[in-house]
Design a binder for this molecule. Structure first.
Ligand code: FES
Length: 317
């Protein structure tokens, strides 16, 4: 059963940087919103056909509002464009309760937070939480240019001692250097969010620096995935239907053509909405959602992008 949605009103909107709109959302009936913790995101129902996930970016101790920072990305599939165009102060919007696939480990002595571009948003919630818990942390904010960056005033007023800014077009000395930033220090956890190429670079650097993979945390918000491959058969066990997934088709598309609706949201293998149990066969995982251990178990699959290594997959759907 789908979770009940929450009606919220856009109580504030502020443009920051060159292309970021910062929205404050409050419950339409004035009640407190469900609590959230650092790294959480919500689903935003942009229109009846379009649901997008965005990280919360305010102090998790604030209970009467959620704050989102949304980049108007010309390469997006239309969500951010529609939000920038249509989401005005006073508009009512439906959202999900917060969920967290990117939690903070507060048992670590020290944390290094790395936000690339709009990937700064979950890092803000983490910075508030780490400061509140009295934990040591550094926050690296990497942007193309100073003028494209959002939240600069807040970072300066709240976290001046913890923040290091890095701009691609400024002096070499201030550029982000993963070897320096990720020099191994005992009991340190690394968190990264940003464009997928940037994240791959930071995660790879942390691995090279010798970090245990359990101490490197990340959340992709988009992914450039080639979903094509060899055709295979999918048996939808609960529905009693068998379909062929063509070379240029996703499992979601093949099931939909046979009348089986799969809930999807990002359609890029990053949000987990279309996760399904595998009863038989070996998935060819292409998503950025499952952990390495979960992939190795081969008992779950992300249906919007992953394929099959075996000729047949039996799914619990
Ligand atoms: S719809 Fe987001 S992972 Fe498939």
């Amino acid at each position: 059963m789908s979770e009940p949605l929450i009606d919220v009103v856009i109580s504030q909107r502020e443009e920051q940087g060159e292309a970021v709109a910062v929205f404050e959302l409050k419950a339409k009936d004035g009640s407190p919103l469900p609590a959230f913790d650092a790294g959480s995101h919500i689903d935003v129902h942009v229109s009846p056909e379009m649901v997008r996930q965005y990280s919360l970016s305010n102090d998790p101790r604030q209970h009467d509002a959620y704050r989102l920072g949304i980049l108007n990305d010309p390469n997006s599939r239309g969500g951010s464009l529609a939000i920038h165009h249509d989401f005005k102060v006073g508009k009512t919007v439906q959202i999900s309760a917060p969920r967290n696939h990117f939690p903070l480990d507060l048992s670590a002595e020290r944390s290094v937070l790395v936000g690339g571009g709009i990937g700064i948003t979950p890092m803000l919630t983490m910075a508030y939480t780490l400061r509140d818990a009295g934990k040591a942390f550094e926050l690296h904010y990497c942007c193309r240019t100073r003028s494209s960056a959002a939240f600069l005033d807040e970072l300066a007023s709240e976290f001046a001692e913890n923040v290091q800014l890095h701009f691609d077009d400024e002096a070499d000395e201030q550029r982000f250097d993963p070897i320096k930033a990720l020099a191994p220090v005992a009991d340190t956890h690394v968190y990264v969010c940003g464009p997928s190429g940037f994240m791959d670079w930071v995660i790879g650097s942390a691995e090279t620096a010798g970090y245990d993979k359990h101490n490197v945390h990340f959340e992709y918000f988009n992914a450039d995935i080639d979903t094509s491959g060899t055709a295979f058969e999918v048996v939808a066990q609960q529905s009693g239907v068998t379909v062929m997934v063509g070379e240029d088709q996703t499992i979601v598309e093949a099931l939909s053509a046979a009348g089986i609706k799969v809930d999807v949201s990002c359609e890029q293998g990053v949000c987990g909405t279309c996760l399904c149990d595998v009863l038989e066969g070996i998935p060819d995982h292409k998503d950025k959602f499952l952990t390495e251990e979960e992939r190795e178990d081969n008992d779950q699959i992300i249906l919007c992008c992953s394929r099959s290594k075996s000729k047949k997959l039996v799914l619990d759907i």
